[in-house]
Design a binder for this molecule. Structure first.
Ligand SMILES: Nc1ncnc2c1ncn2[C@@H]1O[C@H](COP(=O)(O)OP(=O)(O)OP(=O)(O)O)[C@@H](O)[C@H]1O
Ligand SMILES: [Mg+2]
Length: 229
């Protein structure tokens, strides 16, 4: 890997304000953030503190009010909508609070769609291993609407891990999982991140998961701070 792309995501002076009913909300105050290949970090903080805002700006799902977001050397705040979509498709894998599954495709076909997008052959073995690890083997031919919340979440995780995005952004990926499954999912994300040199940011409320992360950030009233070890 070239040194230049050792840094997967860089955010400089990024802010986000919303105006609602004449009131200004500073959802994200001046933020500088960097994550390198092979790192998994957690973002924790109370409800409404700006975690989802931070994550969606990091992945180019919404624009910052000020500042720059750079993914593998490319300033994504300067791109046209079309270029931005292409960058997201190639670089970013989202696991969001609202599921990113396509409603009219079975779990298996969601993953096969990625093969079409990336013009590559289906990795049947890899796919089966993922389904087994995430314990959704029996759901491969089901549609998202026929899955439980936790199964849907794990299908979304399978989809992201089957893709080849360099940056993985996960908003509460273990929210509807029991403790054992939550640990399994987080250690799988950690393993993929370290072995395949991805950069992963996880928003979580669960303190027990933090030991799997290389660094922990705390968000308070739109302010992001690195927690001392
Ligand atoms: N589109 C929007 N329009 C107006 N205000 C918004 C918008 N999106 C977020 N906000 C506000 O910005 C602040 C941060 O919201 P955000 O969704 O980032 O919080 P969060 O930390 O993810 O919360 P949670 O843990 O509940 O998911 C909140 O005060 C929220 O009401
Ligand atoms: Mg949120």
């Amino acid at each position: 890997m070239s040194k230049q792309h050792d840094v997967i995501l860089e955010m400089k002076n990024v802010t986000r304000t919303f105006t609602q009913a004449g009131q200004k909300i500073n959802a994200l105050k001046k933020t500088d953030f960097t994550i390198k290949a092979g790192e998994m970090v957690a973002v924790i903080g109370p409800s409404g503190s700006g975690k989802t805002t931070f994550l969606t700006i990091a992945g180019g799902l919404q624009n910052p009010t000020h500042g720059t977001v750079i993914i593998r050397g490319k300033n994504i705040t300067k791109l046209s909508q079309k270029q931005l979509s292409a960058t997201r498709l190639n670089e970013v894998g989202f696991i969001l609070q609202a599921s990113n599954l396509v409603p009219f495709l079975t779990v298996e076909k969601q993953l096969k769609l990625l093969d079409k997008v990336y013009r590559r052959p289906t990795d049947t073995k890899g796919m089966t291993t993922l389904f087994k690890t995430l314990q959704i083997e029996k759901n491969r031919t089901k549609y998202p609407s026929d899955l439980s919340g936790g199964e849907r979440q794990r299908a979304a995780i399978a989809k992201v891990l089957y893709g080849n995005s360099n940056l993985i952004l996960a908003d509460e990926p273990t929210a509807s999982l029991d403790t054992t499954r939550a640990f399994e999912v987080i250690s799988l994300l950690a393993k993929e991140t370290h072995e395949r040199k991805k950069a992963t940011i996880i928003v979580t409320h669960d303190e027990r998961l933090l030991k799997y992360c290389d660094a922990v950030y705390e968000m308070h009233d739109g302010e992001l701070k690195k927690r001392k070890k």
